[in-house]
Ligand binder design. Structure first.
Ligand code: ATP
Ligand code: MG
Length: 192
């Protein structure tokens, strides 16, 4: 029975993830933009994930260089960053760390999610944003997941007209870096 329950949970998560991807294929008409304090938003994400990190004595650190207010879709942006921090925890070593940094200039804000984890092999780095792509099928199965998290994250960042990049060293860790405009201006093809 517990196998069945686990499988239902897993399928439920796939369906939820797929739904959020499908919904995001629609245009920015349903971007729900508000100007928000990003420091607080990140703080809340870390607070929510801390119990999971604590189970493996992984520390979650937030480094804010300045107060940042920016135009974001709170639900989508929270999902994007949560996926990265969840990965940072999942693909880490016991007693490791995940460090989120926030900075801004007059035009953009910058979020980095860095971890002290297992890293990503060089030949996989170019594929990790693809739907259903997972590095080590056997090991990945143990930690659970569907391979949709990062494609959702990339989608969301692009919907905010931002860019995301990854750098990783196997055995040392991984850093995701994002640059997102402070002000959201809908593009021509996104209006309506
Ligand atoms: P889920 O859909 O639950 O997020 P997932 O975590 O496997 O499942 P993604 O978040 O898209 O899917 O990540 C894809 C793959 O990239 C992972 O399976 C893992 O192999 C690798 N990966 C992602 N983030 C990291 C990281 N921080 N460190 C090492 N490997 C990572
Ligand atoms: Mg993931």
């Amino acid at each position: 029975l517990s196998d069945i329950t686990e499988e239902i949970d897993r399928e439920n998560k796939i369906i939820t993830d797929l739904l959020s991807l499908v919904k995001m294929d629609k245009k920015a008409a349903d971007m729900n933009i508000t100007n928000m304090n990003i420091n607080e938003l990140l703080e809340n994400i870390l607070k929510r994930l801390r119990p999971i990190a604590d189970q493996r004595s992984i520390s979650l650190i937030l480094d804010s260089f300045r107060p940042v207010n920016a135009d974001v879709d709170e639900v989508k942006f929270t999902l994007a960053i949560s996926n990265l921090v969840e990965n940072g925890i999942k693909y880490n070593v016991d007693e490791g760390w995940v460090r989120v940094t926030l900075d801004a200039d007059h035009k953009y804000f910058y979020v980095k999610v860095a971890d002290s984890g297992i890293g990503i092999p060089e030949d996989s780095v170019d594929h990790i944003f693809e739907r259903f792509f997972r590095v080590d099928k056997a090991r990945s199965r143990e930690v659970g997941g569907t391979g949709l998290g990062l494609s959702i994250t990339k989608n969301v960042i692009q919907m905010h007209h931002g860019v995301i990049d990854v750098e990783s060293t196997p055995g040392e860790g991984t850093t995701f870096s994002m640059r997102i405009p402070l002000n959201y201006v809908p593009r021509q093809e996104e209006r309506l």
